[in-house]
Design a protein around this ligand. Structure first.
Ligand code: GLU
Length: 367
């Protein structure tokens, strides 16, 4: 099923790479997996996003005791990460494949300048036939500014390198209509063309044992990829040929939408961290649906903490979130001009600002 893809991101969850009994690397599985990687690497570019640093490091630091404090987990991540990197290097060396370690923080995908920079580095590694092995930089990332799960990190990486396939390897062979552990009658969904409320509620009922995400973050990841022209496959890692044997029977595939928007808008649409919000009236809502900019006159309420250039959500006064965009003003300026006509802006602020709070080129409708 994965033969025709040119750029593949493979996300490996802790439950696949760490042996749940002794909390050590699952070396047998890694060997089998690398054999598949070596075959696929002949015709496709590959990026690996690998979890497990914290689980592995915790075991090395404090045998069999769970770590509670953030700094202890961060320390554990640095211990576990070096072991992970070592294992990847050793296992792929057998096939004369070079690996690179790339540790990303949320800002590397959410701040556009850093995103473009990371993208260049990744493309350079791929052009040199090196396999980047990626994880979140857990040692420095703090709770508030963290991906927290590698599913969404992998989705943002897929977008960064214009991948055409994201494979989420897990301990379950796909998305089920209800929790298969509880219900014998649960059926696997083979194909998804649109993520709607019913797909989301199926995901809500399923979690995995070791990783932080479970099915919910996998669905979020698939959604990010679908908008970017990249297919997503969720499948069980526990097979004798974990990649080559992927088929309709043992996976769920999420098909990408056919006409993704411009790359700047895609990046915006899949943004993970919003700094604030604004609520707009019906008139402004209709205007933005007609591809117009968002003017201060239609804004009713504003909140959060944002600067000029930050990403904010747009809500309809009576409905849900309707758009996302880049604010042309910081929150203090924006508060002064909401509800006002654009020509009043210069009098209120004392300088000639932009006519709109969010320019149409910086705005993406999400409904
Ligand atoms: N970055 C975490 C780690 O390597 C894993 C996050 C996840 O479970 O998705 O330990």
């Amino acid at each position: 099923m994965i033969n025709n893809y040119k750029k593949i991101v493979i996300k490996i969850g802790s439950s696949s790479i760490i042996n749940s009994r002794n909390k050590k690397i699952n070396s047998k599985w890694m060997e089998v997996f690398c054999k598949d990687v070596a075959k696929i690497h002949k015709n496709s570019k590959i990026v690996i996003v690998c979890s497990g640093a914290i689980a592995l490091g915790s075991n090395l630091i404090k045998k069999n005791k769970s770590l509670r404090k953030l700094e202890d987990k961060q320390a554990a991540a640095s211990v576990g990460q070096i072991e992970l990197a070592h294992q990847w290097r050793q296992n792929l060396k057998k096939y004369k494949i070079n690996v690179a370690q790339v540790l990303l923080t949320l800002e590397d995908s959410e701040v556009r300048r850093r995103y473009l920079n990371a993208r260049k580095t990744m493309n350079s590694l791929l052009a040199n036939e090196i396999i980047p092995v990626i994880n979140e930089n857990d040692t420095v990332a703090t709770e508030e500014i963290k991906y927290g799960d590698n599913d969404r990190l992998a989705a943002r990486v897929s977008q960064m390198i214009d991948a055409d396939l994201l494979i989420l390897l897990s301990d379950i062979d796909g998305l089920y209509d209800k929790n298969p552990v509880k219900y014998k009658s649960a059926k696997k969904i083979n194909e998804v063309f649109k993520i709607n409320k019913s797909i989301e509620s199926m995901a809500n009922s399923q979690t995995s044992s070791l990783g932080s995400g479970g099915m919910v973050t996998k669905i979020w990841a698939a959604k990010i990829c679908m908008n970017n022209g990249c297919n997503t496959i969720i499948t069980n890692s526990n097979k004798s040929k974990p990649l080559i044997s992927i088929s309709n029977e043992n996976s769920t595939i999420f098909h990408a939408i056919k006409n993704p928007s411009s790359s700047r808008k895609q990046w915006l649409l899949n943004h993970l961290h919003e700094s604030g919000f604004i609520k707009i009236d019906e008139g402004a809502y209709k205007a933005i649906l007609n591809n117009k900019s968002l003017l201060p006159a239609g804004v009713i309420e504003i909140g959060g903490k944002f600067n000029r250039g930050d990403i904010i959500s747009v809500y309809h006064a009576k409905k849900e979130k309707v758009a996302i965009g880049i604010s042309a003003y910081d929150i203090n300026e924006a508060k002064k001009i909401i509800g006002k006509k654009s020509k009043e802006i210069s009098i209120i602020l004392g300088y000639e600002g932009r006519d709109e709070i969010i320019h149409k080129d910086d705005l993406v409708i999400t409904v």
